[in-house]
Structures are given as C-alpha cells and as structure tokens.
Design a protein around this ligand. Structure first.
Ligand SMILES: *[C@@H]1O[C@H](CO)[C@@H](O)[C@H](O)[C@H]1NC(C)=O
Ligand SMILES: *[C@@H]1O[C@H](CO)[C@@H](O)[C@H](O)[C@H]1NC(C)=O
Ligand SMILES: *[C@@H]1O[C@H](CO)[C@@H](O)[C@H](O)[C@H]1NC(C)=O
Ligand SMILES: *[C@@H]1O[C@H](CO)[C@@H](O)[C@H](O)[C@H]1NC(C)=O
Ligand SMILES: *[C@@H]1O[C@H](CO)[C@@H](O)[C@H](O)[C@H]1NC(C)=O
Ligand SMILES: *[C@@H]1O[C@H](CO)[C@@H](O)[C@H](O)[C@H]1NC(C)=O
Length: 586
C-alpha cells in the first residue's frame, strides 16, 4: 500500500473511525491477514488453534488485535489446504470474557482444555468489547462437547507472584500425558497495568513452571540456563523418563540467540536440567527463534527426530530480533544429537509457507507436519504478505520432503529422511545403532535418561511417537511448538514468538502518520495530541520502554492495538527501534 494511501486512511480513521469500522469490520472467522503466536494443541482426532495475534487485511488494520476465534480441524480426515480453510477448519467465537492472549498454556484435559497465562494483546475495547486480562492465579476451561468456556474460579495453589502486575508468557509449553502435568518453560515477563494498552513485554523469564492438573498446583523452579524466550520445547518419552528437550531461542533482552550446539535436557523424574554440548565442529543450524518444532519417532522407537521450521535468524548483535526469516528445515536426531539440513521442494508455490515468524507445527497422520500461521515476511521489518481468507495452513510431507496441499491420514508410515539415516545408520524405519552422541554425553546421567525404549520389529504402523499415545497431545506454540508426534508423546510448544513485527509496524505507522502531518498540517488533527506516559507507549510493542514520540502519537491517535500492517518497512523502523537496555524493568 502506498504511503499516501495509508496515511490518508489513518487520517480517515481518526476522523470517522467509528462509522468506518463498526459498520463493516472484518469477520475474524473467515478472514485475517495473519495469525501468529497462537497456541495449537491436539485432543483425540482434533487439532485446536487458539489465541495469538491477528493482523487484518487493509482497510481493517485498526482491528488488529487478539484472535477471537477458536479453530479446530479433524486430522483423521483428508483435507486439501489449497481449498479455502472453511472446507476443513471449524471455527467458533470465543466469548469476550475469555482473555485474548498469545503464548499461553493451553493444556488438554479430560473434556477439553485448560487455559492459563499468556500475553494479553493490545486492542481497542470499543471495537473488541471488553476482553478480560489473564488472571495469573486462575484458569479458564474449554469444554469440547458443549463448546463452552468457563471461568473456573479455581485459584491455582502454590502460585506466587511477587509483583501482581507481572505476567508470564511463553510459547514453550508441553503437556506430558503420563504425568498429567504441563510445563511452561522460560518465555517473557509481561507487565500489565489494567488495560490491554498497558502491556509490556519485559525480559526473558528464567524458570520452569510445572502445572499439576489434579491438584491445580503450579510450581516454579529456577533453571541453570538463564532466561530463554521464543525457542523450542519438545517432550519425549525415554525408557525410564519423561524428558523435555529445549533448543534455540533468545536471551538477555534479545541481544543473544542460543546456539543449537547446546541442547538443554530436563529429566522430570530427577527434576534436573542438563545441557548436552555438541562437538565444536558439529554441523548445526544458524541460531533462530520464533520457529516451530515437530517431533517424530522412528517406527521402531530407536530414534527421535525434532524438526525445526520457520522463525527468525539473528539481526544485529545489539538487537537479535531484527533478523531475516528462514525457510530452511533442519532436523535434530536423538539420541545421537546430530543435526542435518533437509532439502525440500514444493508441489506448487502456494503450498510453500515461505519464511514465517511464530508459526505452529504439529506432526499429524503418519508422515506429515501441519504448519499453521505465522507472519509471512522475508524479515522482521517487512510487511506481512496476507494469508487471504484465513488460509494459513500448510503441509510438509516428511517422506518426500515436499510442501504439499493434500493430507491423507493413515497412509504409509513415517520414514526417516535419507540425510538422517546417513548420520545415524539403520534404515528408514529405524535400526540406528547410535545410542549416544559420538563424543559422548556431557553428563553421565544422560546415558540413562536418554536411553530410548525400542519396540519390537514390526510395530511400524504408527510413525511418530505413538508409543504413549493416549489421545491427547498438546503442542503449542507458536511456534515452536513443537509438536509431537502424533502421539502424544510430545507436546510441545514452542516458541513463540512475540509479536515482534507488531512493534515495527506500529512504529512505522506512527512515523508515516507523523510525516503526513508534517507535510500537511490539517486542522482536523489535534495540534497537540495528548501524550501517553512512556510506559503506556512502550506497551504497544514488545518490550520497548523508551518509545519514541511517534509511537505515542500513534497510540493516541489510532487507539492502540492498531498496527498498520500494510505499511512498507523502511529504515525508519530501524532508526526508532529502541535498544534493549532501554526497556522497562531493568
Ligand atoms: C474425525 O473424522 C473421523 C473420520 O471421518 C471420524 O470418524 C471422527 O468421528 C471425526 N471426529 C470428530 C471429533 O469429528
Ligand atoms: C466464577 O465467578 C464469577 C464471578 O463471581 C461467576 O460469575 C461465575 O459463575 C463463576 N464461575 C464458576 C464456574 O463458578
Ligand atoms: C521462578 O523462579 C525463578 C528463580 O527463583 C525466578 O527468577 C522467576 O522469576 C520465577 N518465576 C516466577 C513466575 O515467579
Ligand atoms: C488414557 O486417558 C484416559 C482418559 O483420559 C485415562 O482414563 C486412562 O487412564 C489413560 N490411559 C493411560 C494409559 O494413561
Ligand atoms: C505499573 O504500575 C506500577 C505501579 O503504579 C508502576 O510502578 C509500573 O511502572 C507500571 N508498569 C507499567 C508497565 O506501566
Ligand atoms: C477505539 O475505537 C473507537 C471507535 O472507533 C475510537 O473512538 C476510540 O478512540 C478508540 N479507542 C482508543 C483508546 O483509541
């Protein structure tokens, strides 16, 4: 959208916002430009997609804000992603009383899902109605049969927050069915002072929060890893343990990305973290964050493959967030802890998701990864290419390494990619003889913790982590999330990302509006728009507290939560993008 048109539109919005938007706003059910940092979780046949941050196509950019729709699709049925999503995705409205959050804990229950935590997205309550903020010590419940959301009024036990304004948000969540426990790792602190316009993402959170569903108890434990956000978290079942694998992400106020040569491993039975260091000369992907993960198990259980897709690579050293998105697909095979990049093709251009920030992944069927949402941009500062009509679903066929549009359940079995077999030996069904990293374990305990339980030959029917499958699998993430294999073995989650682009886009919008005003100082504009306090302005973005004047103006004029998704990116954003050390809270 040209600068001029955009500026004019913003101006128009200022003058006659109500009539314009309210009479014919977008319908979040059938249309959005992009959805990112959503939670995705599987229960039985159904994959659910909740929360996240929506951008709307022009001219509805003023509606950008929380996702108000719960989506679900049946992964026991064939579908074709080249058709409109209405053909295979069911949608239902989420009542306004349910917090509009991204990167929350969305864990399966007997009858549906529990929703807790997450980051509240800035939105205009005149347009969206009142949407309650997340309440840290309570959980919401969604019941599948009745399609009802309930505020349980259950106060989570053992949950403490020294600062009631601080919230926790993370895309790195996993549900471990055998323990009936959910885990929320790292993520960000978010500060919230009463309205959605006052939400600020702060530094990365250093903690592993365990949720015990039976007792409604959340327990926080520090980790030796430091704060990590927007990485991947995957759950695997080994012979003697339920293990969380953490990889990638960013730290230190987004000034540092975590190398893929360090794989963090949490033993739930020992309640202890370990880090497996890969050899210095090992091949590893470039660091990335806001990606998603999907987990598959060799048919014989002799190895797991953790696939990573999408996300951002590092920007400048001062601010890692500004990097390009990546289209490369890498896979980490466990227990040998070897990475390899996979070649891939696409049946057609539309089947290829291209580079995306904060998508979600989940292994479905025998040999597919379902890839959903994320912002389709070449780099952090670009304007997203819209997923028209909410068609944001993609499919990766692991057996052919092809982006395809056709999903067929119960077809074939998962085959370990040739590149991986080249590293770990065996064949496409397993049989790998590598039971440990070539250079050994970084901690002797890992030998036991990471010993996999191989199944007897012949049990190849189910592909991915089917072994402890009890029908519930959760993945989340935005990304990162990873996901588990169809099994449940893993749930995962991911990393979510934050709404990074929002910031840049918001800033851009503000900048353009300002330019426009400088060019033609119309009397229609308030000569001296009221400025919001710095903290408020900072809230609109991800963690910037020293928000530029432009942002404040923008915030004020367009009502917050208004991200001008259609604006082209430019140097401007870079200039006004504030340094991490200026952020609030530190
Ligand atoms: C999903 O599809 C399968 C196959 O058509 C069907 O048997 C099952 O009942 C469906 N599940 C739901 C929850 O609709
Ligand atoms: C929770 O509390 C609210 C406000 O008191 C009430 O309206 C609601 O019905 C309660 N929910 C349940 C499940 O008891
Ligand atoms: C969890 O514990 C760690 C270490 O004490 C602390 O840094 C972190 O802030 C805690 N997280 C929460 C949500 O209280
Ligand atoms: C599977 O889930 C059902 C209900 O969710 C539960 O009753 C059953 O004990 C679970 N089975 C296993 C093996 O965990
Ligand atoms: C929230 O309010 C508290 C107390 O008024 C204040 O100290 C804090 O800086 C505020 N945080 C933000 C992000 O506005
Ligand atoms: C939200 O939108 C309404 C109606 O379009 C507008 O009048 C109001 O100023 C906006 N709210 C804020 C906080 O900007």
């Amino acid at each position: 959208m040209p600068l001029f048109r955009c500026s004019v539109w913003l101006l128009g919005a200022l003058l006659s916002f109500t009539s314009v938007v309210r009479s014919d706003g977008p319908n979040p059910t059938d249309d959005f430009c992009s959805l990112s940092a959503q939670m995705m979780a599987q229960k039985d046949d159904m994959l659910y997609i909740a929360g996240g941050w929506m951008l709307y196509p022009s001219p509805y950019t003023n509606y950008n804000g929380p996702n108000t729709v719960l989506r679900s699709l049946n992964v026991s049925k064939s579908f074709q992603t080249s058709l409109d999503s209405a053909n295979y995705v069911r949608t239902e409205d989420v009542p306004g009383t349910v917090p509009g959050v991204q990167d929350a804990a969305f864990f399966p229950t007997e009858s549906g899902f529990d929703l807790t935590f997450g980051k509240w997205w800035p939105y205009n309550s005149t347009l969206y109605g009142t949407r309650d903020p997340p309440i840290e010590s309570k959980k919401w419940q969604y019941d599948i049969a009745s399609q009802q959301w309930t505020n349980t009024n259950i106060t989570l036990k053992n949950w403490f927050q020294t600062n009631p304004q601080m919230r926790i948000t993370s895309g790195m969540t996993v549900w471990v069915p055998s323990l009936k426990q959910g885990f929320l790792f790292g993520g960000l602190f978010a500060s919230e002072n009463g309205t959605s316009l006052k939400v600020t993402a702060l530094e990365e959170h250093n903690g592993l929060i365990t949720y015990d569903q039976a007792t409604n108890t959340w327990t926080n434990a520090t980790t030796p890893l430091g704060g990590i956000a927007e990485g991947g978290l995957v759950h695997i079942t080994t012979a003697t343990d339920e293990v969380l694998i953490q990889l990638g992400g960013r730290s230190d106020w987004a000034t540092r990305l975590r190398p893929f040569s360090e794989i963090n491993i949490y033993s739930t039975s020992k309640s202890k973290w370990y880090t497996q260091h890969l050899a210095p000369d090992a091949t590893v992907p470039s660091p990335r964050f806001t990606f998603c993960t999907a987990l598959k198990s060799a048919s014989d259980g002799s190895s797991y493959q953790i696939y990573i897709m999408g996300g951002l690579e590092a920007g400048s050293s001062a601010d890692a967030r500004g990097g390009p998105t990546t289209t490369s697909i890498w896979v980490l095979s466990i227990p040998s802890f070897e990475w390899t990049q996979l070649p891939f093709k696409a049946t057609n251009t539309a089947a290829d998701p291209k580079g995306r920030i904060a998508p979600s992944c989940q292994a479905i069927g025998e040999h597919y990864i379902f890839y959903y949402g994320g912002r389709n941009v070449p780099s952090y500062y670009n304007t997203p290419t819209c997923d028209k009509k909410a068609d944001a679903a993609f499919l990766f066929d692991l057996n052919t390494l092809t982006w395809t549009d056709q999903f067929t359940p119960n077809e074939g079995t998962y085959e370990i990619p040739q590149n991986v077999i080249g590293l770990i030996g065996g064949d496409k069904n397993g049989g790998s003889t590598k039971k440990a990293p070539v250079k050994g374990w970084s901690d002797p305990d890992l030998e036991t913790i990471m010993t996999l339980k191989t199944t007897t030959a012949g049990n190849t029917g189910t592909g991915g982590g089917t072994r402890s499958n009890n029908g519930t699998s959760s993945t989340s993430g935005s990304s990162t999330s990873s996901n588990p294999s169809k099994t449940n073995v893993g749930a995962i989650a991911g990393g979510a990302v934050a709404g990074v682009a929002a910031v840049a886009l918001g800033l851009l919008g503000a900048m353009m509006l300002r330019r426009h005003r400088q060019k033609k100082k119309g009397p229609q504009l308030p000569p001296n728009p009221m400025k919001l306090p710095l903290t408020d302005a900072g809230n609109l973005e991800e963690g910037t507290s020293s928000a530029p004047l432009e942002l404040m103006d923008h915030n004020r004029l367009s009502g917050g939560g208004v991200y001008t998704a259609e604006l082209p990116a430019g140097e401007v954003a870079r200039e006004i993008y504030t340094r991490p050390e200026n952020r609030l809270g530190k």
